[in-house]
Design a protein around this ligand. Structure first.
Ligand code: ADP
Length: 242
């Protein structure tokens, strides 16, 4: 984080290096049902960040000892492909990937109706194809879509985005360059339709006011992200025959 080099991340007109306004997200693309061999799948792009999610289940797990008698067990694997970063990343799971798998699992658990499928497992594989900041929140968004695509009942859809503080200013949806120089970054995941925040982290230093303003920025953006998820799902599943 927070490199101290003498760089400026804003242009004279107040826009960011890629031309975005402080409260502007990168262009978002979402597609569901992109894999034939998974029960559900989604590809989500936030700018150059591209993340694929595949869901299997509910199914009887091979490892019988993991089952829970009264609900499904949710398993998440977040992984960065070796080609996803500018310097090749080792394919072996890193500590960061183990932690992010847990963070994303905990961000989905409150919305998945696991009690409808006792003694089964629901497996979510999140594969970062290209990393340019915000992979956990893009991965969470892709996982939510892939779960819906797999037909797994959920209380609500979840979306995520990160807010950053760079050179004293709050910016929405920070990319990798901004993250490298940020004073703080704050990934947020939420299910707006049921008023739940399911992922909230802060890395760095922010004032209380900045946290509250950043949270508002993130939640407003997540509303839009979740609306996009609904549109993508509707256009796949609600095709009207004429
Ligand atoms: P997030 O991807 O959720 O923002 P981080 O803040 O940990 O998570 O990472 C910020 C960005 O730094 C990532 O999106 C990616 O572009 C880059 N990055 C993270 N880990 C690595 C790594 N092992 N090798 C190269 N780049 C990485």
């Amino acid at each position: 984080m927070a490199r101290k080099d003498n760089v400026t991340l804003f242009r004279e007109d107040g826009t960011r290096l890629d031309g975005r306004k402080p409260d502007e997200m990168r262009p978002i693309k979402m597609e569901v049902g992109v894999l034939d061999n998974a029960d559900g799948s989604a590809l989500v792009e936030f700018g150059r960040t591209k993340v694929l999610a595949a869901v299997y289940g509910p199914r009887e797990p091979v490892q019988k000892y993991i089952v829970i008698p009264d609900k499904a067990v949710l398993r998440v694997r977040y992984h960065m492909a070796p080609f996803s970063t500018s310097e090749r990343k080792s394919p072996a799971p890193s500590r960061r990937e183990v932690e992010l798998s847990k963070v994303i699992r905990e961000a989905l658990e409150p919305v998945v109706l696991t009690d409808q499928f006792p003694r089964t497992a629901i497996d979510i594989f999140i594969e970062v194809l290209q990393a340019d900041g915000g992979t956990r929140t893009t991965g969470l968004t892709a996982a939510s879509l892939a779960l819906a695509d797999a037909g797994i009942p959920m209380r609500a859809l979840v979306g995520g985005v990160a807010v950053g503080k760079i050179q004293g200013r709050l910016v929405l949806d920070i990319d990798e360059v901004e993250d490298n120089y940020a004073e703080a970054d704050m990934p947020v995941g939420a299910a707006p339709d049921i008023g739940l925040i399911t992922l909230f982290q802060i890395n760095g230093v922010m004032t209380r006011e900045e946290v509250m303003k950043g949270l508002d920025m993130a939640l407003e953006a997540i509303n839009r992200i979740v609306e996009m998820e609904k549109e993508v799902l509707k256009s796949k599943y609600m095709k009207v025959e004429v």
